[in-house]
Design a protein around this ligand. Structure first.
Ligand SMILES: [Zn+2]
Length: 491
């Protein structure tokens, strides 16, 4: 007996040894995917750029309700950029879409090269009256103080619109001539679906038969202390965007009546159970596509033991999935998320409700779609008394395709990042919010989503939140990045 036990023990030790050797080999062989390029010299950027972003912030181009545009503010905004960026205004072709969206074309010398498109949006979200006194600086004051430019739009998305125009203006001043045509499109209603801006712009491009080598829009950012075990900042290049849908649930029961003699379940109870079941049964976790590509790029740059974990998905995959499921931001990149957001039922506290309704918002992982979400939700709820309804068109769209990281577009963005931010690790990523770029899937196979600013995790709360601000250094670096990217893309 003792002999057998010893044999078993030896066998287990042997297995563990083999396992350790495999893990070690995989970890050592987990090669860096960062490209080796030389950093370019830091070009001087005048402080005038601060004044122009500040002025842009002071024009409150706020989007509140779809289809209701604050015409006066938008007119003021475009006349401001025309007077500020005089060379772009006079030397580039430009046209207006639906009154308040703008497209520029910088024709290239070689018409055989497919053009590239740089996107941004000129509208911003409102500032709640209730939160105004929590702002350190006036949200529409454009203050330049304490090393920052302050106000609504400094991160989302006037940084990109004005930053791109600054880079274009600098190149025009240097008489730069692109080989490839460069387009710039700035929608005016991204914060309220983008239907009148970006979608209309995309429709026009399609009618004109224009398609793009690649497209760059806002989306991911560069992040400090992004993950445990990783010290350099990560430039997260969005290569795909999650889909979006909202399902309506209606619990309909025959009986109403007095609440002194309630049946076993009321409409409110039935609906609650359906919502509870949805939350208790999350969509499957998947370490695939853009998220898998992210870990394959950051993993080799990590310290031990994290590096060993990401090098050995075969062994640690399930553990990793359950770990990632714990945080809202990491959970969102591995599965379709479920968020009950609205609830209504009953008319009086002592009257049995015959009907109760809820809305549940889903953000859909690439690889799944609106129909999958609908069927899956119905299956989980599994109650004929609850009617599950699909959304109308605006409320539902499928995830974007995943762009190719071996394409010219990804490579040129990767290279430009490393030239301007040599310390940064470049990694593909999944964008969990929505961007205007979703309307452009038909115009290019290679759509990337990236705002070239270095932020901390806490800074992310400032986007659409309180005390939105951008550091002066980050802004100047963003302009340097755009200038480099425009040059790298145009040849
Ligand atoms: Zn935005």
């Amino acid at each position: 007996m003792r002999k057998l036990l010893r044999k078993l023990l030896l066998f287990i030790v042997f297995l563990l040894l083999i396992l350790t050797i495999i893990v070690a080999i995989k970890t050592v062989g987990f090669a860096s995917k960062q490209i080796d390029v030389e950093a370019v010299d830091t070009i001087p950027i005048s402080d005038n750029v601060l004044k122009s972003l500040s002025e842009a912030i002071q024009i409150p181009t706020v989007s509140r309700v779809r289809g209701q545009t604050d015409s006066a503010s938008f007119r003021k905004f475009y006349s401001f950029i025309d007077s500020q960026f005089v060379l772009a205004d006079s030397l580039l072709e430009k046209y207006t879409v639906n009154e308040f969206s703008r497209v520029y074309k910088w024709p290239g010398r070689n018409a055989r090269l497919k053009p590239v498109l740089f996107m941004g949006h000129t509208d911003v979200v409102p500032v709640e009256d209730l939160s105004r006194d929590k702002w350190i600086k006036d949200p529409f004051g454009g203050a330049v103080a304490d090393g920052f430019i302050w106000g609504r739009g400094t991160l989302d998305d006037k940084i990109n619109v004005i930053g791109i125009l600054e880079a274009v203006e600098m190149l025009l001043r240097e008489n730069y001539e692109p080989e490839r045509s460069l387009y710039f499109s700035f929608g005016h209603d991204e914060e309220v679906t983008g239907v009148n801006g970006a979608k209309a712009i995309a429709d026009q491009f399609e009618e004109q038969g224009i398609s793009f080598e690649y497209i760059l829009d806002e989306g991911s950012i560069m992040m400090e202390n992004a993950m445990p075990g990783l010290s350099p900042p990560v430039a997260l290049i969005g290569i795909a965007e999650k889909g979006y849908t909202t399902l309506s649930l209606t619990a309909q029961l025959k009986q109403g009546g007095h609440s002194s003699m309630p049946p076993k379940e009321t409409a409110v109870g039935v609906l609650s159970k359906a919502i509870y079941n949805l939350q208790q049964n999350p969509f499957p976790a998947r370490l695939e596509g853009a998220t898998r590509a992210l870990f394959d790029h950051v993993g080799p740059e990590m310290k031990l033991p994290e590096k060993a974990i990401f090098a050995n998905f075969w062994l640690f995959g399930s553990m990793l999935k359950s770990e990632l499921s714990n945080g809202p931001s990491t959970n969102a990149i591995i599965r379709t998320t479920t968020a009950p957001t609205m609830l209504r039922g009953g008319i009086k506290e002592n009257v049995l409700p015959s009907q109760a309704t809820a809305k549940v918002n889903f953000r859909i992982l690439p690889g799944e779609d609106v129909d999958f979400v609908y069927n899956h939700a119905k299956e989980i709820i599994n109650d004929p008394r609850v009617l599950v309804m699909k959304p109308d068109k605006v409320e539902g769209y499928n995830p974007s395709p995943v762009s190719d990281i071996n394409s010219f577009g990804f490579k040129v963005i990767q290279r430009s990042v490393r030239e301007i931010f040599p310390e940064a690790v470049v990694a593909p990523s999944l964008v969990i919010a929505t961007t205007d770029a979703r309307y452009f899937n038909r115009l290019s196979d290679n759509i990337f989503r990236f705002t070239p600013v270095l932020l901390t995790r806490q800074d992310l709360d400032r986007i659409h939140g309180l005390n939105e601000r951008l550091s002066i250094k980050a802004y100047k670096d963003a302009i340097r990045f755009y200038k480099q990217l425009l040059m790298n893309s145009s040849r």
